[in-house]
Design a protein around this ligand. Structure first.
Ligand SMILES: Cc1cc2nc3c(=O)[nH]c(=O)nc-3n(C[C@H](O)[C@H](O)[C@H](O)COP(=O)(O)OP(=O)(O)OC[C@H]3O[C@@H](n4cnc5c(N)ncnc54)[C@H](O)[C@@H]3O)c2cc1C
Length: 457
């Protein structure tokens, strides 16, 4: 083949992109026509910050490839497939290369593209993945998939990682078509949003210098920048996990970091085997639990979204999400537990809100992060975890700095007292919300509702 066709998806990188490497390999002239499509119906549903962060990723890819990257903007999923097929046909190639996706949307999309290309006599060659170990390949001795993380992790460690590759030095880019103008996000970006492959490498380098050595001890501290902040890059494929894993040693910080990357791989595997768990209960009996509905439930959901529940740690997290499109992992668990176990709402309500706002949105990690916290997911623990939002605050924001950063109405309170404004005479002086529920009472209520589904089992 003179020129090979390559379809960029959530793999916006040139390094360790096995499918792109194969595309270059398949071209006699080491020439690849890179194509990227934006479905406006999906783009328009994104929050402004998420839209800007996606645009920053695309612009960065265009900076590294140049004008040869053909970017087409289409109005629907059907048009996406038609336009991609049209472009590939115009190149006169016999195959299109792309990275294989493992989530339900990615699978449906690649199936549709594969079928439509097949009708035109062109083969869709799906290569590699955005994981060190391809989802669906780590199996128990009896050939069934894992349902619990730790044994999965042990088996995952023994697998070969995807090979490391670089595109050839003599690589040539071939332009398939003129690009459309990029869509515009609804509102201007509230701050400068950086993304892309080079930024991901820079972020990892900084993390290695700054926090990797103490990651095992500090990753849970919401008030410190103790984590990598690589989740946007991993979710968009701007960096491959093998790039990270291959640079890790055996220190406690490095081992725990690799374990976190393995959670991402575990959830991708679980979603691959259980595609319905994207929206349905992984443990079906939780669908029978009593959840709150109606006007009061909706008002409470709204208070949760706005960060006005009256629980400082929950509200700080929700406002961090709204402000920067990212939330600390520990706080994601606290706010998720609060929605499901204090407000008795279904996890899907919260997951949908996260999907709109999270710049690192990942279908598997989001659905299963929620289900784990709700108690309906993998790793169901013998006891039912109900996070105490106040105690979690004292533990993971010990000086109250995280809460003060995101809640101006509490900035007049010094130190850890900020976690219980109700104990202070001046606690509500700046108009902070009163608690919408009583945690101790709702905890009991949640446990009682759990008993109901146990009894009926
Ligand atoms: C309710 C809930 C929803 C979540 N939704 C998402 C989501 O949509 N997208 C997403 O990438 N992560 C999600 N997570 C996992 C986790 O919160 C984020 O990956 C993490 O906060 C990202 O910050 P970081 O890159 O600094 O993480 P680090 O601590 O530096 O971890 C490095 C990488 O490991 C992976 N990782 C770490 N922890 C987890 C975890 N618990 N589960 C899966 N992968 C993990 C991520 O890719 C992360 O970037 C969710 C967790 C919960 C509890």
């Amino acid at each position: 083949m003179a020129t090979a066709a390559f379809w960029f998806r959530r793999d916006l990188r040139l390094i360790n992109n096995l499918a792109l490497f194969e595309a270059f390999e398949s071209s006699a002239e080491k020439s690849v026509a890179p194509i990227y499509l934006i479905d406006r119906s999906e783009f328009d549903a994104l929050s402004s910050i998420r839209a800007h962060s996606l645009l920053a990723s695309i612009e960065s890819l265009r900076d590294s490839i140049g004008e040869a990257l053909s970017i087409r903007v289409v109005d629907s999923g059907d048009e996406y497939v038609r336009e991609l097929v049209r472009l590939v046909k115009s190149l006169g190639v016999s195959e299109l290369l792309a990275t294989r996706m493992f989530d339900p949307h990615g699978i449906a999309q690649q199936n549709a593209v594969g079928l439509a290309l097949g009708d035109a006599g062109i083969y869709l060659r799906l290569v590699g993945s955005n994981y060190a170990v391809q989802p669906g390949t780590v199996l128990k001795g009896d050939g069934t998939p894992y349902r619990v993380y730790t044994p999965f992790y042990r088996a995952w460690l023994t697998q070969n990682w995807q090979q490391q590759v670089a595109i050839p030095k003599a690589a040539k880019w071939h332009k398939a078509a003129d690009s459309d103008l990029l869509p515009v996000a609804g509102e201007p970006a509230p701050f400068k949003i950086r993304a892309g492959e080079a930024f991901a490498a820079e972020t990892f380098a900084k993390f290695k210098r700054r926090a990797l050595h103490s990651y095992d001890e500090q990753r849970n501290r919401a008030d410190l920048s103790g984590t990598s902040h690589l989740s946007h890059a991993l979710a968009h494929g701007e960096i491959h996990p093998i790039t990270l894993l291959s640079q890790l040693g055996e220190s406690p910080g490095e081992v725990v970091f690799a374990k976190e990357l393995a959670w991402r791989e575990f959830y991708a595997d679980v979603l691959f085997w259980n595609p319905e768990s994207l929206n349905d209960y992984y443990e079906p009996r939780f669908a029978r639990m009593r959840y709150d509905t109606g006007a009061l439930a909706q008002t409470r959901l709204q208070a949760w979204k706005e960060g006005k529940t009256g629980y400082p740690m929950v509200d700080a997290g929700m406002r961090q999400l709204a402000t920067i499109g990212w939330m600390h992992n520990r706080v994601r668990m606290i706010v998720a537990s609060f929605l499901v176990k204090d407000l008795h709402l279904e996890w899907q309500e919260g997951a949908r809100h996260f999907e709109t706002l999270l710049t690192d949105f990942d279908p598997a990690s989001n659905a299963h992060g929620w289900q784990w916290t709700a108690g309906s997911g993998t790793d169901a623990s013998p006891y039912y975890r109900v996070f105490n939002p106040v105690m979690q605050g004292y533990k993971f924001d010990p000086n109250g700095d995280y809460v003060r950063k995101y809640i101006p109405e509490l900035r007049h309170i010094d130190g850890a007292d900020v976690h219980e404004p109700w104990n202070l005479v001046h606690g509500y002086l700046q108009g902070y919300a009163e608690r919408i529920v009583d945690h101790a009472a709702e905890r009991e209520e949640s446990l009682a509702r759990l008993e109901e589904i146990k009894v009926r089992d």
